[in-house]
Design a binder for this molecule. Sequence first.
Ligand code: FES
Length: 58
Amino acid sequence: MYICNCNGINQKAVAEAKRAGARSALDVYRINGCKPQCCKCVPEMAQLIAQQDARAAS
Ligand code: FES
């Protein structure tokens, strides 16, 4: 499932960026070599990162 339609970033790419050290949506864009465009995906991406943080902490 795509999280960012503008840049073609899917859940797997977010998880990989997280493993590469992403702490924010901006980090995910940077690691994937792109920039936010419409920014509609930022809340969902931030939520996904937070969920992965919570899973890693449990
Ligand atoms: S959907 Fe991610 S920048 Fe537009």
